[in-house]
Design a protein around this ligand. Structure first.
Ligand SMILES: Cc1cc2nc3c(=O)[nH]c(=O)nc-3n(C[C@H](O)[C@H](O)[C@H](O)COP(=O)(O)OP(=O)(O)OC[C@H]3O[C@@H](n4cnc5c(N)ncnc54)[C@H](O)[C@@H]3O)c2cc1C
Length: 390
């Protein structure tokens, strides 16, 4: 076991929260996750246990059955679940985007109808923003929502790489409702759409990532959405989504940090036990130093992740820190997974040792939910004041 970090600033409640999550995940763990990921089976039992513990709704208002805590606690949840070897990608949208956006911008009726569902063991809401032709440019979204004379909306267009549609009952969809004449940018709005809505086509996109959650290409062909499903102000969609996008980056970072802890723990145990030249391999600095470097990168990423979450919880501007946290955590996870494989030698690639399958998820977080290049653009422009290139 990696020695407890002296850096953590956890109070008693947070220590208990970490223990409670670890206890919930332990009966499942890495083998359960890997087997489900390899067979493409959803992790229903783990999800239900995590919901029962109140963890997927820890950051939602108490009056709707949530935990009344903040994003910092949700980051702890995502980190600890992944530390237990079972990272839940869907939580990064279900708990970090969809719930908080409805809590913040939903009508009283929407909050009362939807938020209690976060306590149902089989309820999930996925999130759809990415489009085949818009890429990282959210201003260029073209999935169109047009309001009908009776107030309902009709959606036409497509979305790509949407995770967990098959497991979810509903989806928060970002759609274009017009164009701002002054800026020429798309006016966006958010809709809650049933995943079995008439006119919604889903085709599975196979990927090389070993993940229980599947990704889908979605086609919206005259999908009718009741007026009651519009969330927040039409036209303010982008601002409203940012209420969820920074948390998505922060919980994505937390998930990476958990992966890093999980594999580093395995690597350290192995380096202490494996003897090839009369001493444990961890005695060789060629093995020990890269693990020490991995630990430093991990703890730096964790510090930035919790700093970003604190800023968000304090209603400060969390954009810069959230981007830096996701960038640092994805790089740290790549290094930790790679070094854990290297420490195990050939065993690092054996299924039995439960490390190599996590590479794909760690690698994904360099690309999604926002790519490292778009983060560098943000930092160059907003933190350093350099000109925008695009
Ligand atoms: C497994 C998986 C799960 C996903 N789940 C979801 C989901 O649940 N919901 C959802 O909405 N989306 C989801 N996505 C989509 C994901 O968020 C996008 O793939 C990601 O944001 C990158 O967008 P893109 O693929 O369109 O890349 P593009 O925008 O086409 O970019 C391609 C490359 O060009 C670079 N690039 C683009 N513009 C610039 C620029 N201005 N400067 C420098 N470099 C640039 C990018 O950094 C990237 O390296 C998922 C993707 C995957 C692979």
């Amino acid at each position: 076991m990696v020695a407890q970090s002296t850096i953590d600033n956890d109070d008693v409640e947070r220590v208990l929260l970490r223990k409670s999550i670890a206890g919930t995940v332990a009966p499942f763990g890495g083998t359960y996750f890997r087997e489900h990921a390899a067979s493409g089976e959803p992790t229903h039992e783990l999800w239900a246990a995590v919901v029962k513990g109140g963890f997927t709704s820890v950051n939602l208002p108490e009056e709707f059955g949530g935990g009344g805590a903040g994003l910092s606690e949700l980051a702890v949840v995502c980190e600890e679940i992944a530390t237990g070897g079972a990272p839940l990608l869907l939580m990064v949208v279900h708990s970090a985007i969809c719930g908080p956006v409805i809590a913040e911008y939903g009508t009283a009726e929407q909050r009362a109808e939807w938020l209690p569902r976060w306590t149902e063991p089989d309820f999930r809401m996925c999130f759809a923003i990415t489009e085949p032709d818009a890429g990282s440019n959210s201003h260029n979204l073209s999935l169109r929502a047009v309001q009908q004379p009776d107030g309902d909306w009709v959606l036409n267009g497509s979305k790509i790489y949407i995770s967990g549609v098959d497991e979810s009952q509903a989806m928060l969809v970002v759609a274009k409702i017009g164009t701002d004449e002054r800026t020429g940018k798309g006016q966006l709005a958010l809709f809650i759409v049933d995943t079995d809505a008439a006119g919604l086509g889903k085709s599975h996109i196979p990927t090389e990532i070993v993940l229980p959650e599947k990704q889908f290409l979605l086609s919206f062909d005259d999908v009718r959405v009741p007026a009651s499903r519009l969330v927040g102000n039409p036209g303010d969609g982008l601002k409203q989504i940012f209420h969820g996008l920074n948390p998505e980056r922060i919980t994505g970072a937390a998930l990476c940090n958990g992966i890093s802890r999980h594999v580093l723990d395995k690597a350290v145990r192995y380096a202490n036990e494996r003897v090839v030249w009369k001493v444990p391999i961890g005695s060789h600095q060629g093995v020990a130093h890269p693990l020490a470097e991995s630990k430093i990168q991990l703890e730096l990423a964790r510090l930035m992740t919790y700093r970003a979450a604190e800023l968000y919880d304090g209603r400060g501007d969390a954009g810069e820190a959230a981007n830096m946290a996701k960038f640092a955590a994805a790089d740290a996870a790549m290094k930790c997974v790679d070094q854990a494989i290297q420490t195990h030698g050939g065993n690092g690639l054996a299924t039995e040792y439960g490390i190599a399958h996590l590479w794909g998820l760690a690698r994904l977080i360099k690309v999604a939910p926002v790519s490292r290049e778009m983060i560098l653009n943000h930092i160059a422009q907003h933190s350093l004041g350099l000109p925008k290139s695009y």
